[in-house]
Write a protein that binds this ligand. Structure first.
Ligand code: 5RP
Length: 272
């Protein structure tokens, strides 16, 4: 692997643990104004020093994140569709590698839509992006997106999509946690990070998701709504860091929320 590629990957997967806490805040690229992300700068500023990497669009980078204090960027470069349109899977490439280099991105991110009407287009987009990005030592993160079909988040589908992403050359894969997740990890030859998905009922649920995923071989999280839509975003990302980087149990991580006065009634008495 080329030096530049290795260096960029090491800015994301922390060399000490080989793991990452990536903060996802790219949702606006197809969802527009998302609750708690109405003013990205206000939401993101307190969280930046706790994130190993930040997944955003070029627009949010330029308008809402200071270059002096930004964590390494994982730049969202696919899009062109919205929740109002016919098909969320019909994405194209929105941002060039040249621009990713200008923004000093540590990686570029693209969604693939396996099993959708736009499977072929999204997979060819990934392949072409990898070919171009590799010329410049730029890693590509493939997101196994499901659009509106959240029920697709099952082992068979996730395994298939992750493996295809890796086969087409993705250097990192972001996917959803699912049952028998260790099998997904085993059959995907590149590191996997998990998305949080829609905000869960409790903070404990999100900590449990992160813990289970890490125990089954995930290399970290790329989490958004369960952090910045929570009632205690900074303690929540600190608790997630404890799980990802320090193998904290859910109870220990919940203790971080306790210490910050963010304890939820549902945490009481539960064990990991
Ligand atoms: C959208 C994305 C988001 O970054 C992803 O869903 C992660 O955020 P969350 O934890 O809120 O699900 O890639 O396609």
């Amino acid at each position: 692997m080329d030096w530049g590629m290795k260096n960029r990957l090491a800015r994301i997967l922390q060399p000490a643990s080989g793991r990452t806490v990536m903060l996802a805040a790219d949702h606006g690229y197809f969802m527009g104004v998302v609750p708690k992300l109405e003013v990205p700068r206000a939401t993101l500023a307190p969280l930046l020093s706790h994130a190993d990497a930040l997944m955003i669009t070029r627009g949010v980078a330029r308008t809402s994140v200071d270059p002096e204090t930004s964590p390494p960027l994982v730049l969202r470069v696919s899009g062109g569709v919205s929740f109002m349109g016919k098909d969320l899977a019909n994405e194209g490439i929105t941002t060039t590698i040249k621009e990713a280099l200008r923004l000093n991105a540590a990686a570029v991110a693209i969604s693939i839509f396996v099993g959708s009407d736009y499977e072929r287009e999204s997979l060819l987009n990934l392949s072409q992006l990898v070919s171009e990005a590799e010329e410049y030592g730029m890693p590509v993160l493939a997101v196994t997106a499901v659009g509106r079909e959240l029920e697709k988040r099952r082992n068979r589908y996730i395994s298939l999509a992750c493996r295809i992403a890796a086969e087409l050359g993705a250097h990192l894969v972001k996917t959803y946690y699912c049952e028998r997740f260790e099998k997904v990890v085993e059959s995907c030859p590149v590191p996997i990070v998990i998305a949080g998905g829609p905000k869960m009922d409790t903070l404990r649920d999100a900590l449990l998701l992160a813990k289970d995923a890490m125990q089954r071989g995930a290399r970290g999280v790329d989490m958004g709504r369960n952090i910045w839509q929570s009632q205690a975003p900074v303690p929540m990302i600190q608790a997630i860091r404890a799980v990802v980087h320090h193998n904290a149990s859910v109870a220990e991580a919940a203790g971080i929320l306790d210490g910050a006065g963010a304890r939820q009634p549902e945490l009481a008495g539960k064990k990991t």
